[in-house]
Design a protein around this ligand. Structure first.
Ligand SMILES: [Ca+2]
Ligand SMILES: [Ca+2]
Length: 153
């Protein structure tokens, strides 16, 4: 199923007379990028593998993997926010998993700030007892990073 004839790496060629090249991330992302919609055809998307930066919705559409279990539906079928799936989903390496299974950015943990949009609805990332340990660990690890980088200079 290789189609990228005249397109460079990271691109996909529309299956229509324009033969336009679109970004791989725009294939099966639920937005039409090719004139005749060949990038969003259900039968085609059923076979399509999302890119490594993406997550595959139940309806075979691809969303950014940072949109999974964020508390907002990004898949039209909301499969990225399914309660059962988010209970199992580990969150990404630079994310933190709230007690209610939402994934937030690691840098928002124990920063003393709480925003509905970017933090845990249950405030679990700002619990005082938890953050005392958290800040100690992070002070230690950022010191370790500084020491390692200065050694290599
Ligand atoms: Ca598209
Ligand atoms: Ca989402």
């Amino acid at each position: 199923m290789v189609v990228c004839d005249g397109c460079s790496d990271g691109q996909w060629q529309c299956r229509d007379s324009t033969q336009r090249c679109i970004d791989l991330g725009h294939v099966c992302d639920d937005k039409i990028h090719c004139q005749t919609g060949s990038d969003e055809q259900p039968s085609f998307c059923a076979e399509w593998n999302c890119t490594s930066d993406q997550w595959r919705c139940k309806n075979n559409k691809c969303i950014d993997k940072y949109s999974v279990c964020t508390g907002y539906s990004d898949c039209l079928d909301s499969s990225d926010e399914s309660i059962d799936m988010c209970a199992e989903w580990p969150c990404l390496d630079d994310q933190w998993k709230c007690q209610n299974n939402r994934c937030i950015s690691l840098k928002n943990v124990c920063d003393g700030v709480w925003y509905m949009e970017a933090d845990c609805e249950d405030y679990s990332e700002e619990r005082e007892a938890y953050c005392m340990d958290w800040n100690q660990i992070n002070v230690r690890s950022s010191q370790a990073i500084r020491e390692t980088t200065s050694l290599h200079r």
